[in-house]
Ligand binder design. Structure first.
Ligand SMILES: *[C@@H]1O[C@H](CO)[C@@H](O)[C@H](O)[C@H]1NC(C)=O
Ligand SMILES: *[C@@H]1O[C@H](CO)[C@@H](O)[C@H](O)[C@H]1NC(C)=O
Ligand SMILES: *[C@@H]1O[C@H](CO)[C@@H](O)[C@H](O)[C@H]1NC(C)=O
Ligand SMILES: *[C@@H]1O[C@H](CO)[C@@H](O)[C@H](O)[C@H]1NC(C)=O
Length: 454
């Protein structure tokens, strides 16, 4: 009896072990993933999922040995669980392409190579230190969990992706980072502090659409070279949405932002700031006030260019900056030109001559409009109106005088109905002693009006 029990237990144990083993087995052997090894000095693993296969990548799902490159294509779902690649010390690149739903669990892209560093010492990009490149293209990213990308990852790019959710601290404690780029992508939900406290050489958002950029989405990020926002579309950027230190170049170009809150960009620049060809909707007071110059920076030249941007409305505090000598050019205001409606505080600013308003569906500078269209002498329409008014007034006054003369003055002088009975005229005649030769002829006419002078 005991022996059979033992035997049964043994079988159960073996089964359990097998189940565990299967669950973290070498997925590259499974047919549905269509994986192939390409040899040479660097081992590349390329997988092409068949028939809507779903792939779960755990620690040791992919043999570590000397794998340097992993490419995964065309799966219905790919999910990376925690520490799924951290043991693969020879890994240098991961490419994920055409995946219908991509899920990154917490710490899934945690990779340090051989040397540990738990994020306390900053490591700036250095070619001689092994690091990882991760590229995600043409895919739907369902979730990037907190602490997904940590460690020595020198490049992270998203291109042509739809990202449903980026959790807080999704990008944090990165070392050796050279480029972080999101291109041609839609971000549906990005949370506070999604990008937190690391340094990189380049940070690029190009062709990114996002409805809402909350406060401190990019929180305490150091960018040593270029921080670029190009061709993007944001509905609302909250105060300190981008908190970035140190960029040599900070540029926002060809970008639409419907609501830009005060100090939306909280940038400490070490070089040049460029805003060009952007369309801003509502720009709150002090929207650009958060952009400052690093203290010890030597800047002789113009370090802030604000060129060919549209604002739907301009208030006196919309465009102020603190540390900079700004070069303003072509500030388009989405309002009709108006002779009265310009704030006097704006007239005193250095950029007044660059403000353009709409006149007959074309832009002209507010200054030209005011000097050409708003003075009485030169304004054709106003002159015309004044001339018309004067003519009408003259006509009215003249007719009133004529009427008065006709109906009041003359009736009073030559007799109204009160001064005689019907048809009778009274005549006062001097007596014969004054004028001896006085002759009197009275001719009474039966006409209506008396028109002859007597
Ligand atoms: C991403 O999702 C959309 C619909 O939500 C789908 O049309 C598209 O094919 C998906 N992309 C990929 C690469 O599967
Ligand atoms: C940003 O991080 C640096 C170190 O990377 C730290 O010295 C600084 O105090 C931080 N600033 C804020 C506002 O958290
Ligand atoms: C950095 O910005 C400067 C100035 O716009 C530009 O000339 C340069 O090509 C940029 N570098 C990169 C790598 O984008
Ligand atoms: C910005 O808006 C304009 C129209 O106002 C549009 O033509 C342009 O394509 C938009 N740009 C982006 C990047 O969405």
């Amino acid at each position: 009896m005991e022996k059979t029990m033992n035997f049964k237990q043994e079988i159960l144990t073996i089964l359990l072990v097998r189940i565990c083993f299967v669950s973290s087995q070498d997925i590259t052997q499974l047919r549905e993933y269509g994986c192939q090894w390409h040899g040479g000095s660097s081992a590349t693993l390329a997988c092409y999922c068949q028939n809507g296969a779903e792939m779960i990548v755990r620690s040791q799902s992919i043999p570590a040995f000397d794998t340097t490159t992993i490419e995964i294509n065309g799966c219905k779902l790919v999910k990376f669980e925690d520490n799924s690649i951290s043991d693969m010390r020879n890994l240098r690149s991961i490419t994920l392409n055409n995946i219908e739903s991509l899920i990154f669990d917490s710490r899934s892209m945690n990779w340090y190579g051989y040397k540990e560093n738990h994020g306390h010492i900053e490591e700036r990009f250095d070619m001689s230190v092994p690091s990882l490149k991760i590229s995600i293209t043409q895919s739907n990213v369902s979730l990037i969990s907190s602490h997904t990308f940590t460690g020595r990852i020198n490049e992270i790019t998203f291109d042509t992706t739809t990202i449903d959710k980026i959790s807080p601290l999704a990008f944090a404690n990165l070392l050796q980072s050279e480029t972080i780029a999101i291109r041609n992508s839609v971000i549906k939900d990005i949370e506070v502090q999604s990008f937190k406290k690391f340094s990189t050489e380049y940070l690029e958002l190009n062709g990114v659409s996002a409805n809402f950029i909350p406060s401190r989405t990019f929180s305490n990020i150091t960018v040593y070279q270029n921080f670029t926002i190009d061709n993007c579309n944001f509905n609302t950027v909250r105060s300190s949405g981008f908190t970035i230190y140190n960029p040599q170049v900070f540029q926002v170009t060809n970008t639409n932002i419907s609501h830009l809150n005060g100090e939306a960009f909280s940038i400490v620049s070490r070089g040049i700031v460029i805003f060009r060809n952007n369309v801003f909707g509502e720009v709150n007071d002090g929207a650009f006030q958060g952009i400052t110059l690093q203290r010890d920076t030597q800047v002789n030249d113009i370090s802030f260019i604000f060129e060919s941007n549209s604002l739907s409305k301009l208030t006196r505090y919309s465009l102020g900056t603190t540390d900079f000598k700004v070069q303003y050019r072509n500030i388009y205001i989405g309002e009709q030109c108006d002779c009265t409606d310009i704030d006097h505080k704006i007239i005193e600013t250095s950029y007044y001559s660059e403000i353009m308003c709409l006149h007959d569906e074309e832009y002209m500078t507010v200054r030209d409009f005011k000097s050409n269209m708003c003075s009485i002498v030169t304004n054709y329409y106003i002159t015309l109106i004044i001339v018309c008014v004067v003519i009408i007034l003259v006509i009215v006054v003249v007719s009133i005088l004529v009427m008065y003369y006709k109906f009041v003055y003359r009736k009073n002088k030559y007799g109204g109905p009160k001064q005689g009975k019907n048809g009778q005229l009274s005549l006062i005649v001097p007596d014969g002693r004054t004028y001896r030769e006085t002759e009197l002829h009275v001719i009474v006419e039966k006409t209506d009006l008396l028109t002859t002078d007597l």
